[in-house]
Design a protein around this ligand. Structure first.
Ligand code: PAF
Length: 304
């Protein structure tokens, strides 16, 4: 899949901001900002987030006048990694990322240095204490504290009108919504549906690490989820039965996968549920070799 399938303006100039100080000097306070926080290694999923940000910026200018701008932050946030090796291995193709942002018409790219962004004697972190312990949080202690802390900092640095996140990381999005609500950030948290390969596999930088065999089997996650969704649509509301469909499908069609978790949870509290009688999400994390993939599907009882 190509990164850029949209026409681009070549007359466009993008400003790179290396520090919070540069943000303060170069981003006028009157600009309405739409922020796309990323850790770089930009793929077509990020492209969709950036395009959404651009659309929202344009709409805002049409509606209220003034200047609306798109900021992409590219920062491999060290404090959200629970394993040092993952941080070291994280791809950082910065030059390519900058080119992609420029081609998409991003106004500002924020690439802070970790030492500048986090004071060496920093003593404050932001923790969310309900949703963060579940699903991915159960096996990644401290991960969502790292996410909440960096997102709080980015929202403070830019005071964006809107910040855009993908629904693939459903739990992350739910936690960030809660963060914005509970700490009264004046930022609309905008979720965007997962972008998928034609096979159904959710786009992720991790897909690059799949080998030939696991790559072939990984799309089974989506097919299994859709099989459960179909059962749900025809009236099955028992979470156990829906999850059994997914488990069985993966056992048969993706023998190289090892499920880390597979749960049917309330869409808001992320607590496991037995019956889908309110908006719910089936969330999965599964290993294919040492590559851990996540995905989810939303279930709305009103659509039965
Ligand atoms: O989803 C990500 O890439 C990161 O967790 C985020 C939201 C940019 C925070 O570092």
């Amino acid at each position: 899949m190509s990164f850029l399938s949209h026409p681009v303006s070549v007359t466009f100039s993008m400003i790179r901001l290396h520090s919070t100080q540069e943000v303060h000097h170069q981003v006028p306070l009157h600009e309405a900002i739409f922020l796309v926080p990323t850790m770089g290694a930009l793929h077509v999923g990020h492209e969709a987030l950036i395009i959404k940000a651009k659309e929202r910026a344009k709409e805002r200018t049409e509606q209220f006048g003034g200047q609306s701008k798109v900021v992409v932050s590219i920062f491999v946030n060290p404090i959200q990694f629970d394993r040092a090796a993952d941080l070291e291995d994280y791809p950082q193709p910065l030059e390519e990322d900058l080119k992609k942002c420029k081609a998409l018409g991003v106004d500002y790219v924020f690439t802070p240095d970790s030492k500048e962004f986090y004071a060496s004697d920093r003593s404050i972190k932001v923790s969310e204490n309900a949703l963060s312990a579940l699903l991915c949080g159960a096996t990644r202690p401290g991960h969502f504290d790292g996410v909440c802390t960096v997102i709080s900092k980015l929202l403070n640095v830019f005071r964006p009108v809107g910040a855009i996140f993908g629904e693939k990381d459903y739990q992350q999005l739910a936690i960030i919504r809660r963060l914005a609500r509970d700490l009264n950030f004046r930022t609309e948290v905008i979720g965007l549906p997962t972008v998928r390969e034609p096979s159904g596999l959710a786009l992720s930088s991790r897909n690059l690490r799949l080998n030939e065999e696991t790559r072939e089997q990984a799309p089974a996650i989506r097919t299994a989820m859709l099989a459960a969704y179909e059962k749900f649509s025809s009236g099955t509301t028992s979470a156990d039965r829906l999850l059994a469909i997914i488990r069985m499908y993966l056992e048969k069609n993706a023998p190289l996968s090892t499920i880390d978790y597979l749960e049917c949870v309330c869409a808001e509290s992320l607590q496991a549920i037995r019956e889908v009688d309110k908006p719910a999400v089936i969330a999965i994390a599964s290993f294919f070799g040492d590559v851990r993939l996540i995905d989810n599907i939303q279930l709305h009882p009103s659509s039965i």
